[in-house]
Design a protein around this ligand. Structure first.
Ligand SMILES: [Zn+2]
Length: 186
């Protein structure tokens, strides 16, 4: 059975058996907070459990590495919407040890694209268009620095007001243990 069918069969019984009832929540984050973290699969359930977050408690935004790549990109837009439309008051940037984006070999990634049939012409066209693929794909070298940079990018954003607290943490993807890098109350 393919994955789509597997999901649809499960979904039918999930809804029929009212399994959704324990997840009832509103669109407003109950704890008035935003988590911005990495898409790492080890964190999917571990992170909310380790922070005592239930469905509806927080807005959770994720990307590869938990990195803000552009001050007017989709991550910042999501954070701003969470603050101004959904009553969020605190932001928690949570990086993690052993992140794939800290060791990404961008030359190899580009080679994999070429191996899968993306033409070198496409790469050249992108280069001419001013897109530096290597730079764009690059994550970070040190998770500590990366978390600090993301915190600063949010804190110093021209559209973030002064009462928003922005914290920086690192989570252990095995144990869920947190380490505070930036205490946003100070
Ligand atoms: Zn990661």
């Amino acid at each position: 059975m393919n994955k789509l069918n597997e999901i649809l069969i499960h979904n039918k019984s999930f809804v029929e058996n009212k399994k959704y009832e324990e997840f009832k929540a509103t669109k407003y984050p109950g704890k008035k907070m935003v988590i911005f973290s990495c898409m790492d699969t080890r964190l999917t359930e571990l992170l909310p459990r380790a922070l005592n977050l239930k469905n509806g408690d927080a807005k959770i935004i994720k990307n590869a590495g938990g990195v803000i790549t552009h001050p007017f990109g989709s991550i910042m837009r999501s954070i701003l919407v969470a603050i101004y439309e959904l009553e969020a008051e605190e932001i928690f940037v949570i990086g993690h040890h052993g992140c794939g984006m800290s060791s990404l070999n961008t030359d190899k990634t580009i080679q994999k694209m070429i191996d899968k049939g993306i033409s070198k012409d496409t790469m050249t066209t992108l280069e001419y268009a001013g897109i530096n693929l290597k730079k764009w794909l690059h994550g970070f070298d040190c998770v500590n620095d990366s978390v600090r940079e993301s915190v600063m990018a949010i804190k110093n954003h021209p559209l973030i007001h002064k009462k928003v607290s922005v914290h920086g943490l690192i989570i252990d993807p095995e144990t869920g243990e947190l380490e505070v890098v930036v205490d946003g109350y100070n």
